[in-house]
Write a protein that binds this ligand. Structure first.
Ligand code: SF4
Ligand code: FES
Length: 248
């Protein structure tokens, strides 16, 4: 395939960025989107130009780092995949593809397509954990009976990879889907009940401090989430927050 890439280039957080056009040839439909970016970067390096900076790590849909806004959609036109899992067969010979970084106040651009997602780490640090008794008499987690439906819902919430596509897709740059998944994965389990009040209060407070907007139920986050995290988690977090506020 022969393609035209329109890519956001920005030297650093302070610099003014711009879209730059790159023609590219010889792209196979079986390549992943990141492999196509590798081909482009090899060409740029061979010409003595600066390669396009983008985040990636696992390249198998687990780490959540390959944040790219492709043709106006987080992770591109396919559903339930990350950019590293997107195949070039989703595009046609002659296509023009626009590639931009996540755009949200909470995710400042570091360079080109790479953004700073450490706000998510700080939200996690504010409450996304459980405290474990390490005295040597710790109860085996498998010895605590849990309803199958609760275990399944907690597991589904825990599949959130912290990619930030929910924020990037939301007109309010809301991080509610991410935060609600991180709250839900604990709130549904007995191990998460002990710190439930502090967890939801502290994580929501940190989310607000990081500059993410509020949820107005547009549902774009759920549509673009590569892990299919459900809006039900936001409803659950809102209930948890209300209960915690009344206790506080
Ligand atoms: S909720 Fe979905 S889109 Fe948001 S960070 Fe988690 S996996 Fe990514
Ligand atoms: S590189 Fe890890 S999810 Fe894409």
């Amino acid at each position: 395939m022969k393609l035209t890439l329109e890519i956001w280039r920005q030297k650093n957080a302070q610099a003014k960025g711009q879209m730059v056009t790159y023609p590219i040839d010889g792209i196979d439909g079986d390549m992943s989107f990141l492999e196509m970016m590798d081909v482009l970067n090899n060409e740029l390096i061979n010409k003595g130009d600066e390669p396009v900076v983008f985040d990636h790590d696992c390249r198998e849909g687990i780490c959540g780092s390959c944040s790219m806004f492709i043709n106006g959609e987080a992770h591109g036109p396919d559903r339930l995949v990350t950019t590293c899992q997107l195949h070039m067969r989703k595009f046609k010979d002659g296509d023009t593809i626009t590639i931009e970084p996540w755009r949200a106040a909470g995710f400042p651009v570091i360079k080109d397509l790479m953004v700073d997602r450490s706000a998510f780490d700080r939200i996690q640090h504010a409450g996304g954990f459980i405290s474990i008794n390490t005295s040597g008499n710790t109860q085996d987690a498998n010895a605590i009976p849990i309803e199958k439906a609760d275990a399944d819902a907690a597991f589904d919430a825990a599949t959130c990879i912290g990619c930030g596509a929910c924020v990037a897709s939301c007109k309010n740059s809301s991080a509610m889907l991410f935060v609600s998944a991180k709250v839900s994965q604990f709130s549904l389990l007995p191990q998460g009940k002990v710190e439930a009040t502090d967890r939801v209060m502290n994580m929501v407070k940190q989310m607000d401090e990081e500059g993410f907007g509020n949820c107005t139920n547009t549902g774009a986050c759920e549509v673009e989430c590569p892990k299919g995290i459900s809006l039900e988690n936001i409803a659950r977090m809102n209930r948890e927050f209300m209960t915690a506020s009344m206790k506080g």
